[in-house]
Ligand binder design. Structure first.
Ligand SMILES: CC(C)(COP(=O)(O)OP(=O)(O)OC[C@H]1O[C@@H](n2cnc3c(N)ncnc32)[C@H](O)[C@@H]1OP(=O)(O)O)[C@@H](O)C(=O)NCCC(=O)NCCS
Length: 397
């Protein structure tokens, strides 16, 4: 049965400066009381304009929050929004408030210069409006009993060291050399160490030292705090962010199995991260195809493609890349409409958002549909894709 409103809705709009207790009540009721503590990137005063809410009477009934960060995709820089903590009060559900607030978040992000939205969920609320899983990524698992594989990745001169916020400058210096990453303000590191939550779970931060200093790091979900873990599964190590030389990251997988007495260690490897995939395959491991985390929707197609044009030029040549014109049928942020790509004489069309994200960023099984129109242009552009899919790590909200 559809619930009836008790007062006319006010919003969607930004959270008012006096409404923090109301928001705390909503997200505490819908999720857990620690939400403000666990999601400091979202719930802080400087991000208030991006906390979109609907109010009825004395209560906030719906919230959709997002953060805005730059991100590097192989040398190009785009602006990314990350949606999280989406909640409607139980008594107000099923009236479309969540859907209205999600679209408001896309509109507000569009006006704020966001090119691409990441959403930490994949339910109908998002997929109905074109959000899709993307990424040609893999998950690798190193089993504790795989003696040959563990011997191959082990590096005698390397050792695990626990990290604290004192190590933030060293971590930042390692992270900033990653080719596909969020551009992370120091505050995000400080918040992560302060709350200890990464990708929705209590996490541990480990460095890999060569004796002279930290050369790589891994962030892992604390093995006995992993959500939905069955006791009979045993402890396992789940790496949720890594950076630095890939042989050191692979070494850490084996060392962490010993550290926690775990049955295995698993790591998500982005499609662009051929070096870590190579190191792990050399140890006899097989990657299982996997999407990145959550879903995505492009916000401003012409602006996004303009920003990644140098990457496209590197892949298909400047002559073609410089001629490409990218157009969207509808305004930026809209869930509707299709997309055109032309080079002056030839045109291809992508029907809608549901096709656009998978075409741009790829899918694990590669079964997404290609563009319609001039197939010679589609073929000339094929080497330009996929673009690398972002992985949240510390930036998860
Ligand atoms: C998810 C949540 C925010 C939805 O809020 P809401 O205000 O009820 O959202 P809506 O009224 O727009 O949509 C609710 C349901 O109505 C139905 N619905 C709404 N619009 C519809 C449409 N156009 N066509 C068909 N069904 C529709 C769907 O069943 C939808 O559920 P779905 O999104 O899971 O498919 C709310 O249920 C909630 O707070 N859940 C707990 C927290 C949570 O899971 N948050 C999301 C984390 S990813």
């Amino acid at each position: 049965m559809v619930a009836e409103p008790t007062a006319s809705p006010d919003g969607p709009r930004a959270l008012g400066s006096d409404e923090w207790p109301l928001l705390d009540h909503l997200v505490s009721t819908v999720f857990r009381p620690e939400m403000f503590h666990d999601y400091p990137q979202l719930f802080n005063a400087s991000n208030r304009a991006n906390l979109r809410v609907i109010r009825e009477g004395d209560h906030l009934v719906t919230h959709v929050g997002f953060t805005v960060r730059p991100a590097v995709l192989l040398g190009t820089v785009i602006t990314v929004g990350c949606i999280g903590a989406v909640a409607t009060a139980p008594e107000a559900r099923g009236r479309g408030l969540g859907s209205i607030c999600v679209q408001d978040a896309f509109d507000h992000a569009s006006a704020s210069g966001v090119d691409l939205m990441l959403i930490s969920g994949g339910r109908g609320l998002y997929t109905r409006v074109g959000c899709r899983e993307v990424g040609v990524d893999h998950r690798f698992i190193l089993e504790a009993g795989n003696a040959a594989g563990r011997a191959t990745v082990a590096r005698p001169g390397l050792a695990l060291v626990p990290l604290t916020d004192v190590d933030i400058p060293a971590l930042g210096a390692i992270h900033e050399r990653e080719a596909v990453r969020f551009v992370r303000p120091r505050e995000d590191w400080e918040r992560a160490f302060d709350c200890g939550i990464v990708m929705n779970t209590p996490s541990d931060f480990w460095g890999v030292s060569d004796g002279a200093g930290i050369i790589a790091y891994v962030v892992i979900h604390h093995p006995d705090r992993i959500r939905h873990r069955k006791a009979e599964d045993g402890l396992f190590v789940r790496v949720v962010e890594h950076a630095g030389p890939r042989d050191a990251v692979a070494h850490a997988l084996s060392a962490l199995i010993d550290q926690y007495g775990a049955v295995c260690a698993e790591v998500h490897v982005g499609g662009h991260d051929s070096e870590l995939a190579r190191v792990l395959r050399h140890a006899g491991l097989h990657g299982v195809p996997e999407a990145s985390s959550g879903t995505i929707r492009v916000i401003d197609f012409p602006r996004l493609m303009g920003k990644v044009r140098p990457l496209i030029a590197g892949r298909v040549g400047h002559a073609l890349a410089s001629r490409l014109v990218f157009e969207a049928d509808e305004r930026a942020g809209s869930a509707r409409g299709g997309f055109s790509i032309g080079d002056g004489s030839r045109t291809i069309r992508v029907a809608d958002h549901a096709s656009l994200g998978p075409w741009l960023f790829g899918t694990p099984d590669g079964t997404h549909s290609g563009p319609e129109g001039d197939q010679s242009l589609a073929a000339d552009l094929a080497p330009a894709l996929p673009l690398p899919a972002l992985w949240y790590g510390v930036n998860y909200v």
